[in-house]
Design a protein around this ligand. Structure first.
Ligand code: CA
Length: 235
């Protein structure tokens, strides 16, 4: 399959394409394909495709596609929709964020209005020790830069569990390099708190996954949180 962008000038003449290819089946899982580049100076429009492209005569394929976006890197904001204010289709998960369940019986996700804020609710039950119910997003990163990870949380309930803001860094070959974790172990009694920490992007890092996690500390963990204002910003 290909994600494919066809840039065109103001006369609708083709300028250049950029494509990202993937040629394996994903065995029931979703994969995120991402790439970055510069919009050509004379580009006026672009057509974005998700393509099943035949490699030989008689090719066939089936895929499910969700959440395609083309976003500009502007200023310091590196996470897309860190405010959780945009969502589509259902109200389960804000755009660009992904649901994650590892060793957990039940995860519930909902985008909610709360005190005039639109926030992401994450709730997990029956989580095995070290398992999690979480949301995540892939981002590109620039090596060696100092960054600050932060998020605003209303922790409603925790039982045998804690909350983590978590960043996993990977190199261009998808090898794991290191993680940066901020933890909070208690409910916030109806208040929002902001968790933040600085770090340095590892020197070989090319990509990161940012998570907001309800993590079980013992079998049978559960927790319920509201999340808003997630950001990873360069300092
Ligand atoms: Ca919000």
């Amino acid at each position: 399959m290909q994600l494919f962008i066809d840039f065109r000038d103001q006369n609708d003449k083709h300028i250049v394409v950029k494509n990202i290819d993937y040629n394996q089946v994903t065995n029931g899982k979703f994969v995120t394909l991402s790439g970055d580049g510069q919009v050509p100076a004379n580009a006026n429009s672009a057509i974005v495709y998700a393509i099943i492209r035949s490699a030989k005569d008689g090719g066939s394929g089936t895929m499910y596609v969700d959440d395609i976006h083309l976003s500009y890197s502007v200023g310091q904001e590196r996470l897309y929709n860190g405010e959780f204010n945009t969502y589509s289709n259902d109200e389960e998960i804000a755009n660009s964020w992904r649901k994650e369940l590892w060793n957990a019986v039940q995860g519930q996700f909902q985008v909610q209005s709360f005190n005039e804020w639109i926030v992401q609710r994450v709730e997990g039950k029956g989580i095995q020790k070290s398992g999690m119910v979480a949301i995540s997003q892939d981002i590109k990163v620039n090596p060696n830069r100092t960054y600050e990870l932060s998020g605003t949380l209303n922790i409603l309930m925790l039982k045998k569990a804690k909350v983590q803001l978590y960043v996993d860094f990977f190199d261009k070959d998808n090898r794991h390099l290191e993680a940066n974790v901020i933890e909070h172990v208690k409910p916030t009694e109806g208040q929002y708190i902001t968790l933040q920490r600085q770090g340095i992007i590892p020197k070989q890092a090319n990509r990161a996954i940012v998570y907001v996690i309800v993590r079980a500390t013992e079998d049978g963990g559960e927790g319920s949180i509201r999340v808003d204002k997630m950001s990873l910003e360069y300092q």
